[in-house]
Ligand binder design. Sequence first.
Ligand code: C5P
Length: 305
Amino acid sequence: MVRVPAKINLALAVGDVRVDGYHELTTVFHAVDLYDEVTIRPSGSWSVRAGGVPGVPTTRSNLALKAAMALHAHLVRRGRRPGEVSIEIDKKIPVAGGMAGGSADAAAALVGCAALWDADLSRDDLIGIAAGIGSDVPFALTGGTALGTGRGEVVSPVLTRMTLTWVLAMAGSGLSTPEVFAECDRLRAGVDDSALSVPRADADAMVAALRSGDVDEVGAALANDLQPAAFSLYPKLRRTVRAGVDAGAVAGVVSGSGPTVALLCRDLPQASDVAAAMSSSGTCEGVRVASGPAHGARLIGGSLR
Ligand code: C5P
């Protein structure tokens, strides 16, 4: 079984649209201890299931299955003949929640299949295949706290001793990542950037804040350029962030493309208070206390050679 973490973006700066349609990003990824568990078994055919959780495809559009098949194709090109697999996902990361749950499952499938097939891959090979599946998949392999550049797929660790405590406020329905990026473009085309309701995210400021060890500095640097777009598509989220701050959180931000809201807290006792207040606030559907950084996709009960 492979355990793989959810991520939040501590800072997410969205740049220009590239010729390939992706946006240039500079982001600080942060893995939190909310995990999906993915089990890979040899099988006579390809399959994937997630216990019927709504919104998780059971077809070849499922990122975990795509990842397994991409690794399979890679090994076939090297003259290997690995067998097909069934993939079972125990889903805890919210679906379409802005926490890269689908990407996490893809990373887990890569780690699990590499072990099952004795793939003998370098970390760079694995990360290369991961990047081909999705922009957030390489980070799900590495975990921790990391700077992401390119379209998010170029990951380098950020050294920090800080442990951050979060309350995650989950929404009742999801947001589509491509739609949120498109809304970001639409808003930016219509108004001067400075008119948007949040400051432009600054990954360097976040890295400096993490090095300072000061939770208030981290709170001040918490920013997401996709947040105005997420607010525009999901107006209730403004109230979610406000309710979190009113409940005493240091700061709150929409996670990635949303709609999960991440509320930074000083410590676990305060997070429990904020979680209780959020549960009765009527501004979200589910609440979870989490902390980070968490490890990346990891085989449990075995080791990957
Ligand atoms: O890389 P991934 O497939 O996860 O991205 C999903 C979608 O999010 C892309 O198709 C694109 O619409 C948008 N995206 C983007 N720029 C990025 C990452 C994602 O526009 N850097």
